[in-house]
Design a protein around this ligand. Structure first.
Ligand code: TMP
Length: 238
């Protein structure tokens, strides 16, 4: 089905096809990249697994009145989405020190943060997704003040919802990345992109086993098994 539609954009993890003036179809790929495309590989069944996990989580967020681009899962690898103009910011939401934050401060991964921390990166592979401040965002005009306020508010609410979902299946949500867009039809800020083991750090509550893309980034092995485990614990069919 997707092959008959016009390809609008091919990203690292998804291909976006035109469906109508205000709708697109996203097809999830098995390709995996890390460190802004420097490390390339493939994770077996990732497209199917991440489509299922992300569809499930976006459905929950829609039901919790978080505005998102997600309309419905169409088939194993594809979703129907509202068309958006992506705001070129990656929003990092953190509950614990890990990854680049641990590196920056020399603080052990898994150390709790006093409060949820929101950071921003510029969405630019060429520049290596540099960390930016809210002052950069507003001064350069990546989005408006009101839009950034909404992005922060939604990000914190999404964190509360996701932490609860993952906690209930024995998983600690360490941190995650969100992207927002401006809806073509309504011009409102809505959540876009995906939420999956590619974009979250998910640690088993008891053992701290990593069930996310760090297994690929750090060559920890059994990447597919970890993604599959998240899917199975969520009890959703792929
Ligand atoms: P970081 O510790 O490497 O900055 O990553 C923070 C979180 O954001 C982690 O869950 C991985 C996710 N992330 C992405 O999904 N894509 C990215 O390009 C980056 C840099 C991080």
């Amino acid at each position: 089905m997707a092959s008959k539609m016009k390809k609008l954009y091919e990203g690292k993890a998804k291909i976006i096809y035109a469906k109508s003036a205000n709708q697109v179809v996203a097809t999830y790929k098995d390709d995996a990249t890390a460190f802004n495309n420097l490390k390339k590989g493939s994770i077996k069944n990732k497209g199917i697994i991440n489509n299922s996990i992300s569809s499930y989580l976006f459905d929950v967020l829609n039901n919790c009145n978080i505005p998102t681009h997600f309309l419905k899962k169409i088939n194993q690898k594809s979703q129907l989405l509202k068309k958006v103009d992506i705001i070129p910011i990656e929003v990092l939401v953190r509950n614990y020190f890990a990854g680049s934050l641990s590196k920056k401060f020399g603080i052990k991964e898994g150390t709790p943060l006093a409060d949820t921390l929101i950071e921003y990166c510029l969405k630019s592979d060429e520049l290596g997704d540099p960390h930016i401040s809210s002052e950069h965002i507003l001064n350069i005009g990546l989005c408006s003040f009101d839009e950034l306020e909404l992005i922060d508010e939604y990000s914190l609410r999404i964190n509360d919802i996701l932490r609860g979902i993952f906690y209930s299946i024995g998983i600690n949500l360490i941190d995650f990345k969100l992207e927002f867009g401006i809806c073509k039809k309504t011009k409102e800020v809505i959540l876009a992109d995906e939420i999956s083991p590619d974009t979250c750090r998910l640690w088993d509550l008891k053992t701290n086993k990593k069930l996310d893309k760090d297994r690929f980034r750090r060559d920890l092995g059994d990447v597919e098994g970890a993604y599959q485990e998240v899917l199975e614990r969520l009890n959703i069919k792929s």
